[in-house]
Write a protein that binds this ligand. Sequence first.
Ligand SMILES: Nc1ncnc2c1ncn2[C@@H]1O[C@H](COP(=O)(O)OP(=O)(O)OP(=O)(O)O)[C@@H](O)[C@H]1O
Ligand SMILES: [Mg+2]
Length: 433
Amino acid sequence: MNKNFFKLIIYVATFSLVGIVFTQLYWVKKAVDYKEEQFNNSIHLGLKSIVNQLLNDYNDSTLKMMQEQGEKCDFERTSIYDVIDHKELDKLIHQEVGCYIDYHEAEYAVFSKVNNSFAMGNYDRYKAEIMNSQHLVSLDCLFSSGKYYLAVHVPGQKNLILYRLLGWLLLSALFILATIFSYYYTILTLLKQKKLSEMKTDFVNNMTHEFKTPISTISLASEMLLKPNVFESPDKTQKYAGIIYDENVRLEKQVEQVLQITILDKENTKIKPINLDLHKIIHKLAENFKLSVKERDGSIVTQLDAEDFTIEADRVHVINMISNLIDNAIKYSPDAPNIKLETRNIKQGVQVSVIDNGMGISPEHQRQIFKKLYRIPTGNRHDVKGFGLGLFYTKTMIEAHGGTINVKSEIGNGSQFDLYFPFHSVIDISNEE
Ligand SMILES: Nc1ncnc2c1ncn2[C@@H]1O[C@H](COP(=O)(O)OP(=O)(O)OP(=O)(O)O)[C@@H](O)[C@H]1O
Ligand SMILES: [Mg+2]
């Protein structure tokens, strides 16, 4: 995928997600506001209805008569208690607004704004709140104008409204979280896939590079063999045929190795454990690698301190594992490689350490190098060949033996790879998980 296009997709997705979350929050806020408005209206209508009913119940014939005649009544002479019966008011409050509020928590009162006095109601703790309540109707039509008011205070009104919307709020939160999680997971997978695809491209490039050399050598040698006068010199024929044979064997080995390791996983790993003398194997390997180390003016030394060095393990895999580490130690030492092979007994097993004075590995790469096809990026340089499979193979195999692999390294100061082989505990990994 084009790098810029990939970036664009991530930006668009992030922007859309933030947009969706904000839109959703906006609508939730709108819903809460709307519900609050609805709540206020209901209470207001309830209070209005109470006033109407009180008016209807008011049996003062004079008032009635005067109202019928359209004359203004002299209310000043009437006491509020003559106009409103407290019990009746309580019943009406219960009946008209009780269903919207917590009747036992809410407080109401008939009060005068003229002298800030309370005439009746169930007021107790919230006198000040009642006087400033938004749920307020004037009792002008019942009593002298501008004097008495009926008000209700609903404590925790916001919570009451939120509680009524709780189901929707929770669903919204759940969907927002699910969307954010899916987004995070998708982007993470996308990035992983991208990295994997880059690693695969590197692998193919490396493989082409690795195979090109023997193929061109074979091609050159066969060309020489095809020359008409070559058979006059049997030495030359022998030499070219030998080159072709050797390069062919090398190619075959490489193909086999790549094929084997790329399909390597826990399911198809087969181990044939036998009793092995680990020190003997290490001595043999040190001997084998001596030549290639000497070629680069390096050295390979052993310090085998383990007293008990017989382990139960698969011979071929053990040789391959240690060889991979020695091979890396040589490959990744830019100067003369000085390699040390050590053993010692630790917790019911043997630890084999391969120590080099090479280029070292930074901590961030130390976590990655055991992954399949992973190679520390070196730009476009192909001076050190490899497929990024050696350590993956080694880790898979040592774990199949119930052991571990660890690395200690510092950039510029070399690396130490520790392989821990338990004496016995070979895990049959086909049964794992
Ligand atoms: N001793 C070491 N010193 C420095 N870097 C190392 C060392 N061993 C491994 N590495 C880094 O870890 C990477 C992975 O190593 P690994 O052995 O898995 O692959 P490789 O050597 O590149 O290829 P191959 O499949 O041929 O072994 C290497 O590419 C190298 O960058
Ligand atoms: Mg390697």
